[in-house]
Design a binder for this molecule. Sequence first.
Ligand SMILES: [Zn+2]
Length: 159
Amino acid sequence: MQARIAVGGIEHETCGIAADSAELASTPLAEFEGKTRRGVELEGLGQANTIVDGFVKGVRECGLQLVPLMWVDAITGGPASRATFETVTSELLARLRQALPVDGVLLSLHGSFAADGIDDADGAILAAVRVLVGRECPVMAVHDLHCNLPAKWPRPPMF
Ligand SMILES: [Zn+2]
């Protein structure tokens, strides 16, 4: 039986120094929703030079079963509102929950995502994914090179 690999991402490069700029003070939900690919829309990927395309291509090349979740790529901006964070994250988690069981999870997370009251939104996403898939399921996230890696993040095998 083919191993089932869930693929998705929530990419937001939160810029905390933009708080004085009205247009960048907060990244609205529309910025996330306008660049969201869901489920089967991910199945057509694999050709472009993005992390998620690489995931899709790699899963196929390894003879694994692609389990497409969703991929959000919002423009750089200020922290998202708590409601925006919860809307975007809850959809990813709902899709993963519906796809269970999976044998692995590949996520593209920028590594600097923050929302009101959540300085480490990427860590919150990873923690929620871990709760869903359990301790034995490999979860891998790719971050941008200038990401934040909080010292409090559990190290493998937690993530
Ligand atoms: Zn970046």
